[in-house]
Write a protein that binds this ligand. Structure first.
Ligand SMILES: [Mg+2]
Length: 347
């Protein structure tokens, strides 16, 4: 197996603002794994806040030599080897994991979701994220999104959270999910807010408090009529038992957890503890989004909109129809390079 990679810059359709920062581009690295005339595609999305840089990820990928592995279907051995090269580098490891699953699916001639025993007809709706903006900007974004999507995700954690929801409710009755990105501080206020949000058609609250504040989170989960989902508090499968009791569920992201292999074990771990499962993403191309979507028939909530928020997607893959994720039957993760791929990058 031969590995190659190159950095890219994804361009966001608009400035994306959450409670902690704003950005207009996201760097990343595309990975290709070749074997016997077939190519598996993978991707590392490297937003600044995750702490992995393009330089570091590229250095890690340069150290990965898979020439000793003659059979790409030995994914467990291969990924154990990659995990052992160095600690951390979760997004770079995810890129290899995704490419390997894509390649394995292509060798077998089946889509990954089928190899996992999942029915693509059960793929859920994806939420579509509305960033923080002025009331006019928010109304415009909501109007546009409500025509295409069935669930809107709203970034909160501001000093005017209720006003944001009220602005959205002037435009649409669609169910919403909210993500405070650790921006809330007061448990009593949060409990009031959870009740109010439930009355406003909110399905779940993501990461209300700083990730280490499990006691406060447990108080809220106990009192909240809607599920409280861990995002920043969870990275790998080993984090999940500690969160049981504080959170009702977890948000799994391939870039944080090292890829599809670990994500699948996180689904199983969360289920064994009776927890809800959500699949999320970074700003990513249709490559990593389609990879995550392969697991989506097994989860309760999907927030796989990263590819919908960029203007230079170099792949075609999973699509959204009537708000739902639509998986295709192509082998592997179900992507093909877009025509004129080279021109879509700002390298
Ligand atoms: Mg989140």
């Amino acid at each position: 197996m031969e590995l190659s990679f190159h950095p890219y810059t994804l361009t966001l359709r608009g400035t994306f603002t959450i409670s902690t920062y704003s950005r207009t581009t996201t760097p990343g690295i595309l990975v290709e794994l070749r074997h016997d005339g077939l190519t598996g595609y993978g991707e590392a999305s490297l937003p600044q806040y995750l702490g992995e840089t393009v330089d570091n990820a590229a250095k890690f990928l340069s150290r990965v030599d898979l020439s000793q592995f003659k059979d790409p279907l030995m994914t467990d051995d291969i990924l154990t080897h990659v995990a052992g090269i160095d600690h951390g580098h979760c997004a770079a490891k995810a890129a290899i994991d995704i490419a390997l699953h894509d390649l394995a699916g292509k060798i077998i001639g089946q889509p990954c979701h089928k190899l996992l025993g999942l029915d693509k007809a059960k793929a859920p709706a994806t939420s579509y994220t509305i960033g923080i903006g002025s009331p006019d900007e928010t109304r415009g974004k909501v109007r546009e999104a409500a025509a295409k999507y069935k669930i809107l995700k709203v970034k909160l954690g501001t000093d005017h959270d209720r006003q944001i929801i009220e602005t959205i409710r002037q435009e649409t009755d669609l169910p919403i999910t909210v993500d405070a990105n650790q921006g809330w501080r007061d448990p009593a206020e949060a409990i009031d807010m959870a009740h109010w949000l439930a009355g406003q058609g909110t399905l779940l609250i993501e990461q209300p408090f700083p990730r280490e504040d499990l006691d406060m989170t447990a108080r809220l989960s106990e009192a909240s009529p809607i599920p409280i989902i861990a995002d920043e508090a969870v990275q790998r499968a080993t984090d999940i038992p500690r969160l049981h009791g504080a959170f009702d569920g977890i948000n799994i992201k391939l870039m944080k957890c090292t890829g599809m292999h670990e994500a699948w074990s996180m689904v199983a771990t969360a289920r064994s503890l009776g927890m809800r499962v959500m699949l999320g993403c970074m700003t990513e191309t249709s490559c990593a989004i389609s990879a995550a979507a392969q697991l989506s028939p097994a989860v309760d909530f999907a927030d796989l909109d990263g590819n919908l928020l960029i203007s230079n997607d170099p792949f075609h893959g999973v699509t959204v129809s009537d708000g739902r994720l639509v998986l295709n039957d192509a082998p592997g993760i179900g992507v093909r390079p877009a025509e004129r791929q080279a021109q879509t990058f700002t390298i």
